[in-house]
Design a protein around this ligand. Structure first.
Ligand code: COA
Length: 254
């Protein structure tokens, strides 16, 4: 599992996206590794908090587009959807450190973390429409709630990126720091969490998530079905092929 590094120390499991040469884009194997690690962290009493981090220049370029083209997720049990269900239902606290671009699922996975620390170079984007698909990870529900509809429309319909300051202003992240400090800050905050009574953390997180839990799960499944269908349709095939061929997509006939 070299593209996902996993390390547990002092009650904190740290998962590092480690495919920098491909901008930490997430392959099927990486989703499976993340889903498995979270499942293990959930049951292992030695893990009291989880950190998800990338590199100080890149958090994640989103789904690996070659995988989208060659092996689009076929069912709700696909690793990507298993990971998303796992992170959204994860009972223990999750802290994220985000620097550089966070594209697609690189942004939407953050909606399911409890604390998010960002480098001042963080750039968030949700380019699902530009790829001929639709939002995932319940982002069609959570992003309008966070930003309000007009800004959500810029982010999700136009696919316009937003920077760390905007993410802070809307309450999507907790703090902005120099990129070289983000992972260390996330680690310190996770260690603080790990020192607290686990039963109180679990119950508090459960109560805070209770109102929306069912709606999030339902939206995630609905999005996943649409996403899976749309990935096989001509607009998405054109978008993925254009990315791989390093050209602009031509949507004029879709
Ligand atoms: N899937 C597969 N490969 C990807 C990728 C992705 N999502 N994102 C980047 N890569 C690859 C590039 O193809 C390139 O590979 P190569 O060196 O073999 O040509 C390498 O990673 C470096 O990417 P590059 O685009 O040259 O880096 P950059 O610093 O100019 O830009 C990004 C970084 C993240 C802004 C840009 O790569 C990007 O927009 N990626 C696609 C994001 C996307 O649409 N993701 C899907 C979301 S659902």
């Amino acid at each position: 599992m070299t593209d996902i590094l996993s390390h547990t120390e002092a009650g904190v499991m740290t998962l590092t996206l480690n495919r920098v040469v491909k901008k930490n884009s997430l392959t099927i194997a990486m989703y499976a590794a993340l889903a498995d690690a979270l499942a293990q962290a959930g049951t292992d009493s030695a893990v009291r908090a989880v950190v998800i981090q990338g590199h100080e220049t890149i958090f994640s370029a989103g789904n690996d587009i070659a995988d989208f083209l060659n092996a689009p997720p076929a069912t709700l049990d696909s690793p990507v959807f298993r990971f998303l269900r796992g992170i959204s239902a994860f009972a223990k606290p999750i802290v994220a450190s985000v620097c550089g671009p966070a594209v697609g699922i690189g942004t939407t996975l953050l909606l399911h973390c409890d604390l998010v620390y960002a480098g001042d170079n963080a750039a968030f984007s949700l380019p699902f429409v530009n790829l001929g698909v639709c939002p995932e990870a319940a982002s069609s529900l959570l992003v309008p709630q966070l930003m309000g509809y007009p800004r959500a429309a810029e982010a999700l319909l136009l696919g316009e990126p937003f920077m760390a300051e905007t993410a802070l202003e809307i309450g999507m992240i907790n703090r902005i720091v120099p990129p070289a400090e983000a992972n260390a800050l996330a680690q310190r905050q996770a260690l603080k969490l790990a020192s607290k009574p686990m039963s109180s953390l679990l119950e508090t997180k459960r109560l805070m998530k209770k109102t929306q839990g069912a709606a999030v799960a339902e939206r995630m499944d609905e999005e996943a079905l649409s996403f899976g269908r749309m990935m096989r349709e001509p607009a998405a095939r054109e978008a993925f092929s254009a990315f791989m061929e390093k050209r602009r997509p031509d949507f004029s006939s879709f």
